[in-house]
Structure formats: structure tokens, C-alpha cells
Design a protein around this ligand. Structure first.
Ligand code: SF4
Length: 391
């Protein structure tokens, strides 16, 4: 199956947020031309590789690739590229792929990068969805996270986006922050709802050892809310946002009807996707590939015309079952098991972790929000039970 989704990693950030362990390149001045030159080289390499898996349809002797349904600029902070360079990225994509009419083109943005001029250029280039890194509306919390923006700038960014014509706005928020910050999760949810976004992505704070937060935790300077606080805030978000008309369609994601992320939903259904940029991961339906993570190495290889693929793995039958269970159970579509009545599902239902329904003689299992709090262990169990049943 040809890929119809393209992810582009833009690694630049003004500084590292206290909790962040993503592959980023901290730059006070974004090296726009250097990045665009390298990216154009990689997109050409990918398009040539994509030809091998494209449908065998030929027009004037050239393979016609399938048109892309989604393009997603993630990071890092793609909005650090500004208006013209985001347009150049999308123009570079269009040199190799057509986009379907109404293709979803998302740009991740920080509130302080949003201005009228940039938004006008993004609109002209076809950008129609912005994922805005709000994280919290509490200014002390934003400072603690080393964010580069204030709470007031979040609302201002939303106003500018709407004024410019982008109404499909997703907000990222972080829950389970340490109590000493004094942030109210309910306030954050209410302020987010008041901005009328079409989508929200919520992430629980995790302490990664290599981050500033990890170092603070080692020194005993940070006490997290604990498992109980994490669960409480996750379930409060489910209740509050569902009551406000959002569909909790994936463990971390909520969308207004018709406003689910089409790009991320593709990942969760296991279809192929292309990817460019340092640390980007792609999947062709059988093989998962990942790029070198460091920006400097990615640049160096592309300047010599070399491949930036750092590794690959071919999914085994067991990998596929595990992935299908994990990806299915993390969404509201659920996971279909062959067994009509597996005994473990009765226990899950009694515990309030799952609902089941008959799906043409098989069983479709969907996790409840309480079940999503145990996603990893339940998915591992379902995958191992399915693998055993398949033997
Ligand atoms: S802006 Fe995003 S990618 Fe950049 S450091 Fe902060 S969390 Fe990480």
C-alpha cells in the first residue's frame, strides 16, 4: 500500500523545555537556508524510494505517486521557521507529491511565533491546521517549564490564527504537574475550552533522566503529584472535555466531531507513512525506518548525498499482533480479537477497564478511560493472548 501521509521533523527550539527529551537543535537563530537545502535533498531521496512502492500507473513515462492526504510539520518547533520558510517546505513537498483536495496540513507552533504575516504565508501555502503548544495557562508553570511564552500569548495566538483564517486549532496541555507550582488543572481545562479549540492533546508529565527536570528530581527538588494525582487529572479531563462536546478518541487526544487529527489517526491504524528530518520515523507497511537523530549528522550526510536512515526493522508476525493490539486499544475504535468470548475480557469488564461488542462473530474490545490508565499492560496482555490463540 503506498504512503499517503508525510511527517517532517523541524528540530529547532529557542531553548530546551525543562521536561523535554525530544531530538531538538537549540538555536537562537534558526539556520533556515541550511535546513531547507538538506530537507529538499532528503525529500528527493524519499520520493525516489517511494516510487518503488507506488502504484504501477504511468503518465508520460513517469510513475505517478499517490497523492498525500496529510502533511505534518512537527518538532522541535516548526513555527520557528517563520512564514516564508514553512511555505518553502510545503512547496518542496509539492515538487514531488500531489496533495489531495482538502489535504490536512498541520504545523506545530509555539504561541510566541504566531503573527499576522506568518499566518498569511501559511494560509497561502495551504496550512489549515495548527497544533499550538500551550501546556498550561499558569504563568508560574510556564516559567517552571522553561517555556518561551506567557499565558496571555496563548489567547493572543488563537485570536491571530482565527483572524488570519485558521480555525482548526489544537491545543497541547500537560497534566500531573508538581503541586508546588500551584497550577489548577481544572482552571487550565476551563481556559482551554473557553478558547474554543477544535482539538486538544493532553500529556502527563514524565520525568526523563536526561532532562533538566530529571536532574531536579535527582536532587530532590521536584515532587510529582504521584500516581493518584495523575489518574485523578486524566479522568477529570475525560469528564470535563466530554461534557464540553469533545470526543475522547485516543488516550491522549480529544476532538470536536469531525476534527480528529487525520495525520495521527493514520499512525494508529497502521497504514504506511513517509518521514523526513532528523530522528523522523517512517513505515512502509512492513519495514519501519528511522533517521539519524542529531541535526549535525543529518545535515552532514545530506550534504554528501548520503542516506540519513540510521536503522530499520522488519515487523515479525508477533510484532504486528502487538502493534495492532497497542494501536487499536489506544483509540476508541478498539481492537478486534478472534475469540468470541475470551475469559480475560470478563475480568476487564468487571474491573471497568473495557467494553466489548460482537463484531461479525469476533469480539471488539474498547478500553474505558480507566482502562487507558493501564494501556501498556492491557495491550501487552491482549497481544500475548491473541498470539497464543493464533498458534
Ligand atoms: S518547544 Fe517542544 S520540542 Fe522544543 S524544547 Fe520545548 S517541548 Fe521540546
Amino acid at each position: 500500500m503506498p504512503a499517503r501521509h508525510l511527517y517532517i521533523h523541524v528540530p529547532f527550539c529557542a531553548r530546551r523545555c525543562s521536561y523535554c527529551d525530544f531530538s531538538i537543535a537549540v538555536r537562537s537563530v534558526t539556520p533556515i537556508e541550511e535546513y531547507l537545502t538538506a530537507l529538499r535533498t532528503e525529500l528527493k531521496q524519499i520520493s525516489e524510494r517511494d516510487d518503488a512502492t507506488s502504484h504501477d500507473r504511468r503518465v508520460t513515462g513517469r510513475a505517478v505517486r499517490d497523492a498525500l492526504e496529510t502533511v505534518y510539520l512537527g518538532g522541535g518547533t516548526p513555527s520557528r521557521l517563520g512564514g516564508a520558510a514553512v511555505a518553502s517546505v510545503i512547496a518542496a513537498v509539492r515538487e514531488h507529491w500531489q496533495l489531495v483536495r482538502g489535504a490536512e496540513i498541520t504545523v506545530e507552533a509555539n504561541p510566541d511565533d504566531i503573527n499576522d504575516i506568518a499566518v498569511a504565508k501559511w494560509i497561502d501555502a495551504g496550512v489549515n491546521r495548527i497544533s499550538l503548544g500551550a501546556q498550561t495557562f499558569n504563568d508560574a508553570g510556564l516559567e517552571w517549564m522553561h517555556r518561551t511564552h506567557s499565558s496571555a500569548q496563548i489567547a493572543r495566538a488563537v485570536t491571530i490564527l482565527r483572524r488570519g483564517g485558521i480555525d482548526n486549532i489544537s491545543l497541547d496541555l500537560i497534566f500531573s504537574l508538581p503541586e508546588h507550582i500551584g497550577r489548577s488543572w481544572r482552571d487550565d481545562l476551563e481556559q482551554a475550552i473557553a478558547l474554543e479549540p477544535s482539538h486538544l492533546s493532553l500529556y502527563g508529565l514524565t520525568v526523563e533522566p536526561t532532562t533538566p527536570l530529571g536532574k531536579w528530581a535527582d536532587r530532590g527538588q521536584v515532587v510529582q503529584g504521584g500516581e493518584e494525582g495523575y489518574e485523578e487529572e486524566f479522568l477529570a479531563a475525560h469528564d470535563t472535555l466530554s461534557a464540553a462536546g469533545f470526543e475522547h478518541y485516543e488516550v491522549s487526544n480529544f476532538g470536536r466531531p469531525g476534527k480528529r487529527s487525520r495525520h495521527n489517526s493514520a499512525y494508529w491504524t497502521g497504514v504506511p507513512y513517509l518521514a523526513a528530518g532528523p530522528s523522523a520515523h517512517s513505515f512502509d507497511g512492513e519495514v519501519r525506518r528511522w533517521n539519524v537523530a542529531a541535526y549535525a549528522e543529518w545535515m552532514r550526510r545530506l550534504s554528501k548525498g548520503e542516506s540519513v536512515v540510521a536503522g530499520e526493522e522488519t515487523l515479525t508476525h508477533e510484532n504486528r499482533i502487538s502493534e495492532a493490539a497497542y494501536l487499536g486499544l489506544r483509540t476508541s475504535n478498539g481492537f478486534v480479537v478472534d475469540d468470541a468470548d475470551p475469559p480475560y475480557l470478563r475480568a476487564w469488564q468487571e474491573a471497568g477497564w473495557a467494553s466489548v461488542e460482537n463484531d461479525r462473530g469476533k469480539t471488539r474490545v474498547r478500553l474505558t478511560p480507566t482502562g487507558w490508565l493501564r494501556l501498556d499492560s492491557l495491550a501487552a496482555y491482549a497481544a500475548s493472548a491473541s498470539a497464543t490463540a493464533a498458534i
